[in-house]
Write a protein that binds this ligand. Structure first.
Ligand code: GLN
Length: 473
């Protein structure tokens, strides 16, 4: 009998396939069997057979991939967590999914998410909530909660998520895995079902920083289908753990005090002490406009979503509900039955914020705040190499505990939204446990500094020595 290949890290498995020690088809088959153990509602689809051909010559060496529902995958349901797209089979795949398959990461499974990536708990999924493998009464975070839960539970070796205001980092934190939100524009958005186009960015969710670096290294680059994509000026290849001697870590007072659970703060402070013992300097810094990030985000993101989601009208694709009373009635019935309550709320907010009398007062103002937030980061990076914050103000919360209170749900993104508005890279790494539940540490750098933050993250990951095996199914 062959050994259990699913206990290998993705990087280790990839190295073994490349050296000829492991057969890629055997690896895929073992992961396919693992994926069938899903009792967390983490997966929305999984492969029913091993692909005839697996590209093993590429840098990823044939290690199969989990992909968030909202990435278009040719012939495979791509529903963005919404009833309006239930069963939708795209005729093409997202650029990044194709690029990863070509680099040797074949599609193993799709993962559940909040509807159109709107949420912080995965409870806004039209196909049911995802469950946190650390505690079955709790949420995995959102919106990439299916990807984070699947990686933590060992249902897939690694996965793709997307982050608009925190949706890679926050679920990674709540599930005890690594999540990287890359610099805006470094990964093509072509074939990602859009939420808020000026913020959406794809990134890896993995069990280690090394796996995140390996997956991300094959995701970047200019794509003619996405005019906002660029070639990375400093592409990630192999990221050695950085020497922390002399590394200047800034801790924004605005994002590391009030509103953060005490257990989360304790874990955060303990890791800052570790960083110091490894030679880093840790000083407070200021992001004076960061406390306004949530307000700006919850105008800009709904405004963009109200425009992006106009395409779901019952004509082009997906659900059509036609009461037989003309076109307007068909649009209305399709959209009110196809979209869930959070999506409808945001379309209404966004439409209002963009309406002619209010455009300047709301959308225009939010964009000005966004610029100030970006400038705060530029100023901070004149004195610091990296900024550190807790990823989420709290550990995984109980299912249902915030569903009736959208504002308290929105507060989950307090520490992650400022970086999204600034378009800069940020990684969440596991930072121990509080009350038996995972905590995340966020490290943030200037645009295109992925090599730097991955290196620093790798050193801290080794020093923290988190053991996530309790979540494995
Ligand atoms: N939780 C945030 C929201 O609901 C962020 C979502 C995301 O990053 N996709 O908008």
């Amino acid at each position: 009998m062959s050994s259990d290949l699913t206990t290998l890290s993705a990087s280790a498995a990839s190295a073994k396939v490349k050296s000829g020690e492991v057969d890629a088809h055997e690896l895929f088959e073992q992961w396919r069997e693992r994926s069938r153990l899903d009792d967390l509602n983490a997966l929305s689809w999984s492969a029913d057979s091993v692909p005839a051909e697996i590209h093993t010559g590429g840098p990823l060496g044939g290690v199969p991939l989990g992909v968030k529902d909202l990435f278009c995958t040719e012939g495979v349901p791509s529903q963005s967590g919404s009833k309006i797209l239930e069963g939708y089979l795209p005729p093409y795949s997202a650029t990044v999914v194709d690029a990863l398959a070509a680099a040797g990461a074949p599609l193993l499974a799709k993962t559940h998410q909040d509807e159109f990536a709107m949420g912080s708990s995965n409870e806004n999924c039209a196909f049911g909530a995802v469950i946190n493998p650390w505690d079955r009464g709790r949420v995995p975070g959102g919106s990439s909660g299916g990807s984070a839960a699947a990686v933590a539970a060992g249902l897939v070796p690694w996965a793709l998520g997307t982050d608009t205001g925190g949706s890679i980092r926050q679920p990674a934190a709540l599930c005890g895995v690594v999540g990287l939100k890359p610099t805006y524009g470094s990964v093509s958005r072509y074939g990602m079902i859009a939420f808020a186009s000026s913020l959406d960015q794809a990134g890896p969710i993995t069990n280690s920083v090394a796996d995140a670096a390996l997956l991300y290294s094959q995701m970047t680059g200019r794509d003619v289908h996405d005019s906002t994509s660029v070639d990375h000026p400093d592409p990630v290849s192999e990221v050695p753990a950085a020497d922390l001697t002399g590394v200047r870590i800034g801790v924004p007072t605005e994002l590391s005090g009030e509103g953060i659970e005490s257990g989360v703060l304790d874990a955060f402070n303990a890791s800052l002490e570790l960083a110091k013992s490894l030679g880093a300097t840790v000083e407070p810094c200021h992001l004076p406009h960061a406390p306004h990030a949530l307000s700006a985000y919850y105008l800009i993101a709904p405004a963009e979503c109200s425009s992006n989601l106009a395409r779901f009208d019952g004509v082009r694709y997906g659900l059509r509900v036609d009461p037989g009373e003309g076109l307007d009635a068909m649009y209305g019935a399709t959209r009110s039955q196809g979209f869930g309550p959070e999506v409808r709320r945001r379309i209404m907010l966004g439409t209002y914020a963009l309406s002619s009398g209010y455009y300047d007062a709301y959308y225009g103002r939010a964009q000005r705040v966004r610029t100030l937030i970006s400038q705060d980061f530029d100023t901070a990076f004149e004195s610091f190499d990296v900024i550190a914050t807790p990823t989420s103000p709290c550990v995984a919360f109980e299912l249902g505990s915030k569903t009736d209170d959208p504002l308290s749900m929105y507060l989950s993104d307090f520490c992650t939204v400022p970086m999204s508005l600034a378009g800069i890279p940020a990684i969440s790494i596991p930072n121990g446990l509080s009350e038996g539940l995972p905590v995340g540490l966020q490290l943030v750098g200037p645009a295109f500094s992925e090599n730097r933050i991955l290196g620093i993250a790798a050193s801290l990951e080794a020093a923290i020595g988190f053991d996530g095996s309790a979540a494995r199914l």
